[in-house]
Design a protein around this ligand. Structure first.
Ligand SMILES: [Zn+2]
Length: 411
């Protein structure tokens, strides 16, 4: 057994919720409460350079203990913040030991029930020790499971010098949940060649592909008049926006009608008055061409609608959000191959797969640190039913250790 359970229980009781409305960095000062603790604990393990920088990032180095000199430097990365969707204050973690498969009713709100048939992967956990929150908060396994696993793996490597590895870098980031996790990261200082975010779901998960993502903002300028004297003049921007939304495909190209490798056009925000309306969309696909097609379609829809409103105008703005990391990872096949090898060594059949979303790793990959995502065991994240099993966390520690070894052996 490693220290992963102890660490996890300690870390989830520290409130680190991030805040999308905040303009400071990190978005909430309380994230530093955990980051500071991690630095103290790393220093306690003898990791001399562990430190928290002015932006709230933790950097630390486990020096190589191998006599090979050409081993790539590998980074393990997790985020300390929790989702703004559900409170992370006063989390009371509960360990349901040797779980027998029956419904888990959370004591502080009995309407919150983990049911075998309803939660992905829960049925595979009978006999394991399941950790949940108490019903009124999230648990924070996303991503404190990853944080605890990296910490426990670091402790294991330090206390087992017979396990050979190259230089290992540890990076704990703030504000992943509000999309700013990589904003102030210093990759030069980090000095890693390749990385792994430890922020995936079920055991064996290895994600090498994310969405490519753009945002589209349409600003519609209608023609505003006094409604009592508007005949033949008024062109209501609210109705134009409504027409645009109504003209979107009904049976395809939306989140609710697509899966696996299909992309979508998704309105996320509408705001305005009869004179001016702003409609915001997110566009998702796995290829740049697919993104472009969807943006062209949306532009066509807008133009067609505008033809019926001769005096109204609209501005169509596209903003890049992130790109599919597979484009980068395909140039560095060893990153995935070594992860597959490490998981196999731990008895897991790893299957590289795609996620219909983005990760900090997609941004890091394009910033110069190829960085797929491996499992942390976290489940039902961003909800009060969030759970993780102790056995899955132990497995993740094992994989991080094995991965460190594989890179040394392959060098
Ligand atoms: Zn996460």
């Amino acid at each position: 057994m490693t220290s992963v359970l102890d660490r996890f229980l300690r870390y989830v009781q520290i409130d680190t919720q991030s805040d999308p409305q905040s303009e400071s960095f990190p978005s909430t000062a309380k994230q530093r409460d955990l980051s500071n603790l991690l630095v103290v604990e790393l220093q306690g393990l003898g990791v001399e350079d562990a430190h928290l920088d002015e932006h709230g990032y933790v950097y630390a180095t486990l020096p190589s203990n191998s006599n090979k000199t050409d081993i790539p430097v590998i980074c393990f990365c997790s985020h300390v913040d929790t989702s703004p969707d559900v409170t992370g204050a006063d989390v009371v973690p509960i360990v349901h030991k040797n779980w027998n498969g029956s419904d888990i009713i959370l004591p502080d709100d009995p309407t919150q029930i983990l049911k075998v048939g309803e939660l992905n992967d829960l049925a595979n956990q009978i006999g394991n020790d399941i950790i949940t929150a108490s019903g009124t908060t999230l648990l924070g396994a996303d991503n404190k499971a990853g944080v605890a696993e990296i910490m426990a793996a670091a402790e294991y490597l330090i206390t087992h010098p017979e396990v050979k590895h190259g230089t290992i870098k540890i990076l704990f980031t703030p504000d992943e949940e509000v999309g700013r996790g990589t904003e102030k990261v210093d990759l030069i200082k980090l000095g890693a060649d390749y990385g792994y975010t430890v922020d995936g779901e079920s055991v064996g998960t290895l994600e090498d592909e994310t969405f490519s993502a753009d945002g589209v903002k349409i600003t519609i300028h209608g023609v505003s008049t006094h409604p009592g004297y508007a005949i033949g003049k008024l062109e209501n921007a609210l109705k134009i926006a409504g027409d645009v939304l109504a003209a979107l495909p009904k049976d395809s190209l939306s989140p609710e009608t697509t899966e696996s490798k299909q992309g979508f056009i998704h309105p996320v925000h509408v705001e305005g008055i009869q004179e001016k309306v702003v409609v915001e969309f997110i566009i998702r696909d796995f290829t740049d061409e697919g993104l472009k097609e969807k943006e062209d379609l949306l532009q066509d829809i807008l133009n067609t609608v505008l033809n019926q409103y001769p005096y109204s105008t609209a501005k169509f703005e596209v903003k890049e959000q992130y790109r599919n990391m597979k484009k980068v990872l395909d140039k560095h096949p060893q990153v995935i191959a070594n992860a597959v090898k490490a998981m196999e060594r731990c008895g897991l059949a790893a299957l590289p797969r795609s996620i219909r979303g983005g990760t900090d790793g997609s941004r890091l990959s394009f910033m110069g640190l190829p960085c797929p995502n491996i499992f942390a065991g976290e489940h039902a994240f961003h909800s009060r039913l969030e759970w993780v099993s102790v056995q899955d966390m132990e497995k993740a520690v094992e994989v991080i250790v094995a991965l460190s070894q594989v890179w040394e052996e392959e060098a």
